[in-house]
Design a protein around this ligand. Structure first.
Ligand SMILES: CCCCC/C=C\C/C=C\C/C=C\C/C=C\CCCC(=O)SCCNC(=O)CCNC(=O)[C@H](O)C(C)(C)COP(=O)(O)OP(=O)(O)OC[C@H]1O[C@@H](n2cnc3c(N)ncnc32)[C@H](O)[C@@H]1OP(=O)(O)O
Length: 138
């Protein structure tokens, strides 16, 4: 098990310590299993309408936890594709759990699935992403 806490000098909106507007998320995961996860209470500025999270922020969170699957393994890369299924509203009045896991990789191409769950375990949104990794030769 590994933990990635926000670092100074990193202004990433999701996980950096140096973005004043950022979420400053801490992630946990298992590099050998290819997993990453976090839990947090979404701030209300992520709202779309009513008490629901904006779909663009849902995409951001899925992208973020997917990228952390790679960071846990010491890999650096960028999102090439992100396909999202919005299944239920992400309510802003309670905590959410983000989970990501590696499906498979073919050289630099890494296929990663992710999801957002509520405290009851309901899946609210899911994604499948292709990340292109820059520092791998396998
Ligand atoms: C440029 C060097 C940068 C180095 C940076 C290193 C680390 C980056 C660290 C942080 C990144 C910054 C901030 C974000 C941090 C965290 C947030 C989460 C992650 C993100 O938010 S990060 C931002 C959004 N992201 C981008 O800003 C990427 C823009 N983009 C590009 O920079 C290029 O797109 C690139 C370089 C990715 C690839 O460019 P490319 O020219 O090398 O390759 P191309 O795109 O043509 O395709 C590649 C292969 O994927 C196959 N392919 C395509 N679609 C497919 C599908 N649907 N299914 C199966 N295969 C598929 C093709 O068929 C081909 O396969 P094959 O190689 O076998 O031919």
């Amino acid at each position: 098990m590994k933990t990635l806490a926000p670092k100074t000098g990193n202004s990433c909106f999701g996980c950096g310590a140096d973005n004043p507007l950022g979420l400053k998320l801490t992630f946990h995961g298992d590099p050998e299993k290819g997993t990453a996860w976090t839990e947090f209470l979404p701030p209300h500025f992520l709202a779309g309408g009513a008490n629901m999270m904006h779909g663009g922020f849902i995409a951001l969170l899925l992208d973020e936890v997917s990228s952390k699957v790679l960071s846990m393994q010491g890999k650096r890369g960028v999102t090439r594709n992100l396909e999202i299924s919005y299944q239920k509203p992400v309510n802003l009045s309670g905590p959410v759990r983000l989970e990501g896991s590696l499906i498979r990789h073919e050289g630099r191409k890494h296929f990663i699935k992710a999801r957002i769950l509520n405290p009851g375990g309901d899946v609210l949104a899911e994604s499948e992403a292709l990340f292109l990794v820059f520092n791998t030769s396998s």
